[in-house]
Design a protein around this ligand. Structure first.
Ligand SMILES: NC(=O)c1ccc[n+]([C@@H]2O[C@H](COP(=O)([O-])OP(=O)(O)OC[C@H]3O[C@@H](n4cnc5c(N)ncnc54)[C@H](OP(=O)(O)O)[C@@H]3O)[C@@H](O)[C@H]2O)c1
Length: 278
């Protein structure tokens, strides 16, 4: 973890600001990807039950520990739980849970207090939802994991979370070009000419610039790749610094370009992106 800057959570835990995403990484490819990532120096792996590949991620971790490449205490593993992945009713619509997010947070706190995890956080929470859970919380969420990249820079929500001591984890930092619902004509962040221009200045790739953009803004970030050369490329960002002017310029690319809209949950009263809140 030596090269990777760290962040201190509000609970005092130190956490690497860079990790590997695993959504859409197929079970048959994720084990090798995680092994390559650990060999490269990644120490944070972002997982979820929903990604359907946690067993295979675990196999890679087990192997690298048994080889003596890392110790368990050097690794930072994030998971997100859920039972029935996308329950659907007889009418074909998603069946919503009637458990309130505040009650879920209280249950998450218990998991932490029992020592089953070192930190607990939230994901895709908007300002209003955070305010609701903070009213009852005895543990402040360590992080809010949210979509964040130059087309959706999340300035307001980041500022709000920081004011409450909540770190940001920027997901889909490359704009999630392999999201299943991407259309051929959708703009591709990694091919943006303006980002390419900045990248040329530093002899870096657009992906390296937009990952570094997050780290320099103080955000944890978790680009996904199953390709060894891109896993290495995304990690090779510690030898250059964007200027404050570069960062301010990239900030201007914001176009409310959200790509993860969670359409399955549209109509749910707690859908986080269908209100005026940020
Ligand atoms: N909490 C949530 O609701 C939530 C939602 C979305 C994502 N996430 C987390 O955030 C992680 C990252 O987000 P994401 O997977 O949506 O998208 P992403 O990391 O923005 O983009 C991944 C895509 O970029 C490609 N890629 C990787 N490195 C590249 C490079 N250097 N140059 C060009 N293309 C490159 C990958 O292809 P290859 O694999 O072929 O390299 C893949 O197609 C997820 O994997 C997941 O862990 C969380």
């Amino acid at each position: 973890m030596s090269k990777v800057p760290t962040i201190k959570f509000n609970n005092g835990q130190i956490f690497p600001m860079f990790g590997l995403g695993t959504w859409k990484s197929k079970p048959g490819e994720v084990t090798q990807a995680v092994k390559d990532a650990i060999d490269t120096g990644y120490r944070h792996i972002d997982c979820a039950h929903l990604y359907g590949n946690e067993k295979e991620v675990g196999e890679a971790i087990k192997k690298k520990i048994s080889e003596g490449v890392v110790r368990r205490e050097d690794l930072y593993i994030t998971s997100k739980e859920g039972d029935d992945l996308y329950p659907v009713g007889p009418d074909g619509n998603t069946l919503f849970s009637d458990v309130d997010i505040v009650d879920t947070w209280v249950a998450m706190e218990k998991v932490c207090k029992k020592g089953l995890t070192k930190s607990v956080g939230i994901s895709n929470f908007n300002k209003r939802q955070i305010e609701r859970i903070l009213k009852k919380a005895t543990i402040i969420p360590a992080t809010n994991q949210i979509e964040c990249h130059p087309y959706l820079n999340q300035k307001k929500l980041i500022e709000f979370c920081r004011s409450k001591g909540i770190a940001i984890t920027a997901y889909s930092p490359l704009g999630s070009p392999d999201r299943p619902w991407a259309k051929p004509d959708d703009p591709k962040l990694v091919e943006d000419a303006k980002i390419q221009q900045i990248a040329s200045k530093y002899n870096k790739t657009p992906a390296q610039v937009i990952i570094k953009y997050q780290v320099q803004r103080g955000n944890i970030t978790i680009p996904k790749s199953v390709n060894k050369s891109r896993i290495k490329e995304n990690f090779d960002i510690w030898d250059f610094q964007l200027t404050p002017e570069d960062i301010a310029y990239i900030d201007t690319f914001d176009c409310n370009g959200r790509v993860c809209n969670f359409v399955e949950a549209l109509g749910h009263p707690n859908h986080p992106f269908t209100h005026d809140d940020y």
